[in-house]
Design a protein around this ligand. Structure first.
Ligand code: ARG
Ligand code: ZN
Length: 423
């Protein structure tokens, strides 16, 4: 077993680093009595009411688009919010009537036999019927690199604020001059379905590499399942609904990594106040996590053709731009491939995904990884894919949805890969 020093970071019983700072003293946050409501917003005025409530910390916003928004409300604020909504004729429905109960049911613990089997298992502890801690995900990547050394390789591309490694798995036939695709998940800590789905994709591709199409095998695939490892662990240990990384600002913690990229950084939708959920950081790439990704992508002499960043939730396939309600010159190509991806997802599992440019479809937000991949790195096919669901569970998606969601994610990735190979 691991040592008593909680500041040390272990993977597979081996110390791989030490936390520079630690969140260990914090008590686990309870969402007892919190509710998730879906609000209908059919006028500017109604949106303003919600923004005011949000700015006054009476509620926090989850997913949303131009016509509706899901909001999280603590028990003491329920009546206030209800009154304000009624006054302004805003319709709503309750999606989750006790968020803590949903959290408790989301990730059922392994039964003792399964746990023992995993403990004794040689190699790795990954499964796709529960959400795993960072060490299981990283251990799984290491296992694949050992098991399939001819085409799987692990890169540690940097480390997080607290010193956790950023681990990338490359799947490649090893030929030089291949076109490359970047795939990440877990940029937002609470979007647990995304590291799980990226792990599933990796598992599938590694085990079935020889039967993949020529196009898929002609690409170098780079997978970063957990782009925000500190936040991801914090969401497991302390606050299930944490979004940002764990950088200590002056009076609040965390930068939104998807507002911290350097293309048109600091514009609309990026927070200036470190207490905001969308705080953009002190400057472009101020965070070690985004800086490591940038450096890796720019240092590696790869012909980057596509990038897929998995987020949740809402079921969208989004392409640039995110910073403004505009589209790039080749947007019809992006739209066409996104529509093909959406079709493939629907054929895989029957689920519908909405396609569109990010700012037009959701809301303008600058400093996103997609805009940087397109604007600075000139990757042609750049997407943010918001996985399940549509707001029934939101971020607290039960683990039984991992496999079907990951199948969709894989179906979309294949379509985008084929397009990337054809560039
Ligand atoms: N839900 C994602 C976010 O808020 C959407 C990002 C879309 N891309 C963008 N550049 N705004 O981070
Ligand atoms: Zn996200």
């Amino acid at each position: 077993e691991v040592s008593n020093d909680k500041k040390d970071i272990y993977e597979f019983g081996v110390k791989i680093g030490s936390l520079k700072e630690t969140d260990e003293t914090e008590e686990k946050k309870s969402y007892k009595g919190y509710q998730l409501w879906k609000l209908n917003l059919d006028s500017q005025n109604k949106s303003k009411v919600v923004i005011t409530l949000k700015n006054n910390n009476v509620l926090s916003t989850w997913g949303g688009n131009r016509t509706s928004i899901d909001v999280l409300i603590s028990r003491p604020n329920l009546r206030t919010v209800q009154r304000r909504l009624d006054e302004n004729l805003i319709n709503y429905k309750v999606l989750i009537d006790d968020v803590q109960e949903a959290i408790d049911d989301e990730n059922p613990p392994l039964n003792p036999e399964e746990d023992e089997e995993l403990a004794n298992r040689q190699g790795h502890r990954m499964t796709f019927d529960s959400y795993h801690r960072l060490s299981d995900i990283h251990g799984f990547l290491d296992y694949l690199a050992v098991t399939y050394p001819t085409y799987c390789k692990v890169y540690v591309i940097g480390s997080s604020v607290q010193g956790r490694p950023l681990k990338v798995l490359r799947i490649s036939n090893g030929n030089s001059g291949n076109k490359a695709v970047w795939v990440d998940g877990g940029m937002h800590a609470r979007e647990w379905i995304t590291p799980a789905s990226v792990s599933y994709i990796i598992n599938h591709m590694a085990h079935n590499y020889d039967s993949e199409t020529h196009a898929i095998r002609s690409l170098d695939w780079y997978f970063l399942p957990v782009a925000n490892p500190d936040g991801y662990e914090y969401a497991h240990t302390t606050d299930r609904l944490w979004r940002k990384n764990r950088a200590r600002g002056g009076y609040c913690t965390g930068t939104d990594l998807n507002r911290n990229y350097g293309y048109r950084w600091g514009g609309a939708g990026g927070g200036k106040n470190p207490c905001q959920e969308t705080y953009a950081g002190t400057g472009p790439f101020s965070e070690p996590e985004t800086a490591a990704i940038k450096d890796f992508l720019q240092r590696t002499s790869q012909q980057w053709r596509a990038s897929i960043s998995y987020h949740s939730y809402g079921q969208y396939i989004l392409y640039p731009w995110g910073y403004d309600r505009k589209v790039p010159p080749d947007w019809t190509d992006l739209q066409k491939v996104a529509e093909q991806a959406a079709t493939a997802m629907r054929q895989a599992t029957g689920q519908y995904y909405t396609v569109g440019a990010a700012a037009n479809t959701l809301y303008p937000a600058s400093g996103g990884s997609d805009d940087w991949a397109k604007g600075t790195m000139k990757m042609k096919y750049t997407y943010t894919i918001e996985l399940r669901d549509n707001g029934r569970y939101g971020f607290v998606l039960p683990a039984s949805y991992i496999v079907p969601t990951a199948k969709e994610a894989l179906a979309a990735l294949r379509v985008i890969g084929e397009a990337a190979a054809a560039t």
